[in-house]
Design a protein around this ligand. Structure first.
Ligand code: SF4
Length: 179
């Protein structure tokens, strides 16, 4: 025990160093997202994350957007607790049969204009779980998908870049969508 304490005093921390406050790429992506969201919505972007059957690897990366390392809430990106307050549904995982109905109801509860982002390889087409008896497939098997962000899991930077692309190119209204 004494040896462990002594070693921990001498060894450097094993955690990654925090990014510099002036991380240029993150700051630039965040600024673009805020600008595009304000142009489309007149305010910051609100995101409801839905785990449709993920292994939680994708959630770890999504949560990182809010942690002290990235802290994107300071730049306007908001995760909300209800689909009724959301602009974007950020869906992870293959859609399991048990979550299929819940995912559809979440979509129906989200006011228009709304966008659906499939985050990660599983959300794109079922990924590792493609063909499983417990899954119906990727998110597109249940909902109209506006953007797929590849990766297993996608990094916070990839997630952020995807949201910027979505806000920059998506149509403002999806009136022809199922309610
Ligand atoms: S894409 Fe990878 S990390 Fe994300 S839910 Fe699938 S297996 Fe897990």
């Amino acid at each position: 025990m004494r040896r462990t304490i002594f070693e921990s005093l001498l060894k450097p921390p094993l955690t990654e160093p925090a990014p510099r406050p002036d991380d240029v790429e993150i700051a630039e992506l965040s600024r673009k997202l805020e600008t595009a969201a304000r142009a489309r919505l007149g305010r910051s972007l609100s995101i409801r994350q839905v785990d449709a059957g993920s292994c939680n690897g994708c959630e770890l990366e999504i949560h990182a957007l809010s942690n002290p390392f990235y802290d994107l809430e300071r730049l306007g990106l908001r995760f909300v607790a209800s689909p009724r307050h959301a602009d974007v549904l950020l869906v992870t995982g293959p859609v399991t049969k048990n979550m299929s109905e819940a995912l559809l109801r979440t979509y129906q509860a989200t006011p228009s204009p709304k966008w659906v982002v499939a985050a990660g390889d599983c959300a794109a087409d079922g990924g590792l779980f493609c063909g499983s008896y417990a899954c119906v497939g990727g998110v597109a098997a249940v909902l109209p998908v506006d953007l797929r962000i590849p990766g297993c899991p996608p990094s916070p930077r990839a997630l952020l870049a995807g949201l910027v692309a979505l806000m920059s190119t998506a149509a403002a209204h999806h009136g022809d969508r199922p309610a």
